[in-house]
Design a protein around this ligand. Structure first.
Ligand code: ADP
Length: 446
C-alpha cells in the first residue's frame, strides 16, 4: 500500500480522490494554484502545497512542480484525476524516473490510446468493431476525398491527438471537404500541438455508450456495465446514466465482451473506459478509450455498489485481488447531471464568481460530488463544473423522480448554473421515454 498519495488535480475530482484515500487510510497531499488556495480539496487533504500561478500551464500542467511537490512531501504515488496530466505518457515516465507510482495505466498504453487513429487500428486487429474509415492518419485532403467517396458522406474528420470534442468537423459533401479539413487541422494543431487527422463515417444520430473497465496486474479485466452519455452539447456530456435505456441484457453482454477483449489486447491495467457509438440497428463501434477515471464514474458506482477510485488505487499497488461477480452487476438505475457555472440562456457562457448562497439537495438516493460552498469563488481559469448531482433509484422512473426533486432543492445564488437547463431536459417526453441520441440536445436547444 502507498504511504502517501499526492493528488495532481483540483475541484470535485481532487476531493473524490481524497475521500477514497481516507477510506483506505492513506495520507493525502493536495496541490493548488494561487487562485485555489481556499478550495475544499486543500482543506480536506492532510497536507497541501502551492504549485504555481492560476494559469494551468504554470501549475496543474507543470510536471516538474508536481514531481517536486511529491518529493518534498514524501508522497510515493500520484493520482492524476481527469484532465490536466491524466493522459500524459511523458508525465507517467517522469513519475517512474523519480520512483513515484502513477495511479493509472502504463505510459505505453496511454500513448497508444492517446493516438486515436492508432488506438482504432489496435482495436480493429483485436476484433473489436470500429467505425469504417481511414487506416490511420491521412496526409492530405485528396486522400480524405477518396476515402469519403469509398465510405460515403457524411464523414467526420478528427484529430488523432484529440479530446474534448476539439479538432472535429463533420463533412457533408466533397465540395466542403477542403475547407473543413484545413479548419480541423488548424484547430488540432493549436489545441494539441499535432495536426494529424483521420477520417471516419459519420453515424446518424447514434447513442454514446461506454463500458467501465478495471484491469488488474494479474491480467484480469473486469467490466462494470455501461453508461449512456448521449445527452451532449458540442460533443461535451451533460447528463449520463446507467444502465442505458437502449441496452438489452444481450447487447450488454456483447458490449462487455468487445470492451474486455479490447482492453486485454493492450494488457490494460487500472480504471479505464471504452467508448462506443451505437446505431439504431443495434450495431456498435469502438470510438476511443479513455485511460483515466471519468467525470461520470459515480453513476456506475451507484448501480454496482463499488468504489471505482479505491479499486483504481489498489490496482496500482500491484497487489492482486479478486472482484466478486456480484460487484460488476447493475442493480437499479442512476443518473448524473453536471451542474456547471454556466448560463444556459447565454449559450452556456461560463459564469465564474462568488457563490453567495448554496443549498445542496439530499434525501434518499441522492449523491453530490462537489467542492462548492457558500462564499467559494469560482475562478475563471478552469472548467466550470461545480457539482455532480447523482440520483439513484430502484428503476429509471424512480431515479428520474429523485433527480427532479433534487434539482428543485438545489439552490445556487451569485452565479448562473445549468440547473434550469437540466430541469427542462428532464421534462422532455423523449428524455423521459429514454428515446435520445447524440443529436437530441442540438434539436432541443435550437
Ligand atoms: P473527444 O475525445 O473529443 O470527446 P470522441 O471521439 O469521444 O471525441 O467523440 C465525441 C462525440 O462526438 C461522440 O460522443 C459523438 O457524439 C460524436 N462523434 C464522434 N465520432 C462520431 C462518428 N463517427 N459519428 C457520429 N458521431 C460521432
Amino acid at each position: 500500500m502507498f504511504n502517501k498519495v499526492l493528488i495532481a488535480n483540483r475541484g470535485e475530482i481532487a476531493l473524490r480522490v481524497i475521500r477514497a484515500c481516507k477510506e483506505l487510510n492513506i495520507p493525502t497531499v493536495a496541490v493548488y494554484s494561487t487562485v485555489d488556495r481556499d478550495s475544499l480539496h486543500v482543506l480536506f487533504a492532510d497536507e497541501s502545497i502551492c504549485i504555481g500561478a492560476p494559469n494551468a500551464r504554470e501549475s496543474y500542467l507543470r510536471s516538474q512542480n508536481l514531481i517536486a511537490a511529491a518529493e518534498i512531501s514524501g508522497a510515493d504515488a500520484i493520482h492524476p484525476g481527469y484532465g490536466f496530466l491524466s493522459e500524459s505518457a511523458d508525465f507517467v515516465e517522469m513519475c517512474a524516473m523519480h520512483g513515484i507510482v502513477f495511479i493509472g495505466p502504463r505510459a505505453e498504453t496511454i500513448a497508444l490510446m492517446g493516438d486515436k487513429s492508432e488506438a482504432k487500428k489496435t482495436m480493429k486487429s483485436a476484433g473489436v468493431p470500429v467505425v469504417p474509415g481511414s487506416e490511420g492518419v491521412i496526409s492530405n485532403f485528396n486522400e480524405a476525398l477518396s476515402i469519403a467517396e469509398e465510405i460515403g458522406y457524411p464523414v467526420i474528420v478528427k484529430a488523432s491527438a484529440g479530446g474534448g470534442g476539439k479538432g472535429m468537423r463533420v463533412v457533408d459533401s466533397a465540395d466542403v471537404m477542403e475547407s473543413n479539413f484545413e479548419m480541423a487541422r488548424a484547430e488540432a494543431e493549436s489545441s494539441f500541438g499535432s495536426g494529424d487527422l483521420y477520417i471516419e463515417k459519420y453515424l446518424i444520430e447514434p447513442r454514446h455508450i461506454e463500458v467501465q473497465l478495471l484491469g488488474l496486474s494479474d491480467g484480469n479485466v473486469y467490466a462494470f456495465g455501461e453508461r449512456d452519455c448521449s445527452i451532449q452539447r458540442r460533443h461535451q456530456k451533460l447528463i449520463e446514466e446507467s444502465p442505458s435505456p437502449a441496452v438489452s441484457p444481450k447487447l450488454r453482454k456483447r458490449l462487455i465482451e468487445a470492451a474486455v477483449t479490447g482492453a486485454k489486447s493492450v494488457n490494460y491495467i487500472s480504471a479505464g473506459t471504452i467508448e462506443f457509438l451505437l446505431d439504431a440497428r443495434g450495431d456498435f463501434y469502438f470510438m476511443e478509450m479513455n485511460t483515466r477515471i471519468q467525470v461520470e464514474h459515480p453513476v456506475t458506482e451507484m448501480v454496482t455498489g463499488t468504489d471505482l477510485v479505491k479499486y483504481q488505487i489498489l490496482a496500482s499497488t500491484g497487489e492482486s485481488f479478486k472482484i466478486d461477480n456480484a460487484e460488476t452487476c447493475i442493480q437499479g438505475h442512476a443518473i448524473e447531471c453536471r451542474i456547471n457555472a454556466e448560463d444556459p440562456e447565454k449559450n452556456f457562457l461560463p459564469s465564474p464568481g462568488e457563490i453567495k448562497a448554496l443549498n445542496l439537495p439530499g434525501g434518499p438516493g441522492i449523491r453530490i460530488d462537489s467542492h462548492a460552498y457558500a462564499g467559494y469563488k469560482i475562478p475563471p481559469n478552469y472548467d466550470s463544473l461545480i457539482a455532480k448531482l447523482i440520483a439513484f433509484g430502484k428503476n429509471r422512473e424512480e431515479a428520474l423522480m429523485r433527480m427532479h426533486r433534487a434539482l428543485d432543492e438545489f439552490v445556487v445564488e451569485g452565479v448562473e448554473t445549468t440547473i434550469p437547463f437540466h430541469q427542462k431536459v428532464l421534462e422532455h417526453p423523449d428524455f423521459i421515454a429514454g428515446n435520445v441520441n447524440t443529436g437530441f440536445l442540438n434539436q432541443f436547444l435550437s
